[in-house]
Design a protein around this ligand. Sequence first.
Ligand code: ADP
Ligand code: MG
Length: 420
Amino acid sequence: MTEQNIDLYKELKKYFGFSQFKGLQEKVVTSIISGNNTFVIMPTGGGKSLCYQLPALVLEGTAIVVSPLIALMKNQVDAIRSMGSDIGVAHVLNSSLNKTEVNQVKADILSGKTKMLYVAPESLTKEDYIQFLKSVKISFVAIDEAHCISEWGHDFRPEYRNLRSIIKQLGDVPIIGLTATATPKVQEDILKNLDMPNANTFKASFNRPNLYYEIRPKTKNIQSDLIRFIKQHKGKSGVIYCLSRKKVEEIAQVLQVNGISAVPYHAGLDAKTRAKHQDMFLMEDVDVVVATIAFGMGIDKPDVRFVIHHDIPKSLESYYQETGRAGRDDGEGICLAYYSYKDIEKLEKFMSGKPIAEQEIGFALLQEVVAYAETSMSRRKYLLHYFGEEFDEVNGEGADMDDNVRNPKKKTEAQNQIVT
Ligand code: ADP
Ligand code: MG
């Protein structure tokens, strides 16, 4: 098919059952189908997968989809397969396959059945796979979570750095990079590393007008403050993020003792307990999950009414990502973070064992967190500016949804409140 004779709406309906594109999807899909290098920046939940899945299904050949996590790939592939039997086959190629399975995948690609081939970046470095992929028709290469390319991203993966040279070996195939990390520095890095300075770039707004941002000084009364807040929002779902497993356990217990239904979640719990606690939260058998950052990847509960940071996160990217789990249904979403400079020093100490370059980046990201926490200006404006987006603090959507705008205070007064 060529771009002219594809009815995108018909294909959207046929494969995904949707009647409308979300946000910039149609423009992105058109760009890819026309064979352009394309760069997509959309917040989590924005609908990035469809941006490459739809072109993959309608274009001739197989699209290669690079994704960092086997679990994420498996989810996506299962989702595509569940769309029905006339859907182009999606396959995963990674180290978990045995020889017979690899041969089956290759056979399906050769026969033209496979429209999407999900690969981990390290699998792509295998000479055997490269030789094979050189011999088949590749429609394009999609690089999901493209921020993994950048040291300034929150999840740098060195294997991502080799992608450009590997793709070059496959011939002149278009590349599409996708990410939810939007700082100008990371964007620049991605375009440079993928060597596509002229890529069509599509950036969705990162504004979440229904989220209310508030920073409270972290004092020794934090636990009673926390309990008071949760009791004021009785029966509502919320997540409390803590830095350490120990703190997660401690806070979960304190809440339970105070009659709040809460469960802990962190990577130190066995898989069964973690799954159970996650399900209890999703099924609303408990109101609150107290968690480390291990909780949240792919959690899609639409009516989380508050996200509380008991400890300030290590970057504004993490803060945005974690607070973003509130109010997915566009209903109320309160984002409350407790801040003390002592916690910043603690985070700095964690970094001291790391290579110098990494430390410098880590410190720079932390300074942005400090500036955000201590600012007296519109938090939304600050946050969006950090992501390279200008926000109209008077008329913009959600302009009055933060503590600084609702209760303006003089800078000195604000600083006096910070207990270190
Ligand atoms: P992202 O990767 O940007 O975080 P996903 O690709 O996982 O987002 O999509 C988020 C959700 O949006 C999914 O549940 C998906 O089914 C839904 N979605 C995507 N496109 C559309 C659309 N055009 N209409 C309705 N829902 C959509
Ligand atoms: Mg995604």
